[in-house]
Ligand binder design. Sequence first.
Ligand code: C2E
Ligand code: CA
Ligand code: CA
Length: 422
Amino acid sequence: EDVDADLLLRQADQAMYQAKLSGKNHYEFFNLKQNDMLIERYEAIKNIKKALAAEEFVLYYQPKVNMRTGAIIGLEALIRWQHPTKGFLNPLEFLPLIADHPLSIHLGEWVINTALIQIEQWQESGISLVVSVNISAYQLMKENFVKRLSSILSAHPKVNPALLEIEILEMSRLKNVFRSSEIMIACKKLGIVFSLDDFSTNYSSLTYLKQLPIKLIKIDQSFVKEMLHNSNDLAILEGIISLATAFGHEIIAEGVETIEHGELLLQMGCELAQGYAISPPMPSEEISPWVTSWVNPKIWETQTSKMKTDLPLLFATIEHQTWVDSVYSLLSGKYSFAESLDHTQCSLGKWLENEGFKRFGENRYYLDIKCLHYKIHHLASELIALYMQGENFKVSQRVGELHHLQDELSLLLKKLGEITKS
Ligand code: C2E
Ligand code: CA
Ligand code: CA
């Protein structure tokens, strides 16, 4: 309790100092806001300490699979708080409140310990799966991390340390790459495997990829979520996948919410996945029944990854589909059009003119595709013009045509994509 009061005072001091710096006018408002935040943090620290003692925390486990083979490759442990009055709380509702506080380290050690107990229980019932735990960069960089970890491990001598994986959160805070790499190498000697969580592309992530002894990188789920509709995110995803492959790391996508996401990831060469399409996180006792009943979607097992040269067609197809979707939205009054309606701006149109022509100009589908694509843009412009004139009835009579043409185009594009494989 003393430590907390002390921290509170120091932070209050700093808040005051900052408030003064930011000028007289801001002073009171700023001071009040800071004060609220400090009180909230102070309360959270007190409550989480109590909850830890009262054993109100529990780990849920979410499976990770290889989508091509259906193999279950591991489980991620995710913390939950069974709060006596507020009910079931997700980590983002309470962890940020104790970020960088020594208590977050106690909680982190509780997570490692609980995961090891669970691994041991599973081992005894014949389930041997890798379990990953989330560890903040703050915790990893603490001087005694390796010592603490090895003492927790030695309290569970029956557990093979290779079954414990650490997902490093907020890697941008691993400021000193050399030191982080030293710590990780020491942990690796204990048998621990590392992955980088929430990986995205920025300048510093490249340094980490090159220098840290990691096995796996986890693609940030924001890219995965958007990839079916946003070709920029798809391009970033492609970049991450090639980078990881170039550095010899495995790669896993999280936030795989639908079978379709999985299909596209497989086409892009990413086989490992985690997400609601496979299973939500579940309590430990549900894992064993899940493992026995898991059936990999058939369509995943038949996907093959596209060659680099086939990706532009995939991208263009998605961009065109997104464009058609926004036409539908506009026509149903849901959306005001911000993008260009010019079909020469369409990346599928560009692809058809240039690369597509060179590669498939002689193909029997090529002309049909080109013609359909043109018709779709033409019809869309007509419908939009009608819509602007308030002719909603006429629009509703003809919008089915657009659906029909687009379905036909999708089918032919798919066929074209399949030709390139054989
Ligand atoms: P994360 O490590 O990126 O974990 C993945 C999060 O995505 C989890 O949220 C999971 O339930 C959720 N998720 C899984 N599949 C899907 C999907 O298909 N769609 C969507 N929209 N979400 C999906 P959760 O459990 O709420 O955890 C949130 C974050 O809290 C984690 O993000 C991690 O950063 C942190 N966290 C969780 N457990 C721990 C822990 O024990 N220690 C620490 N330090 N952080 C933890
Ligand atoms: Ca994670
Ligand atoms: Ca993540």
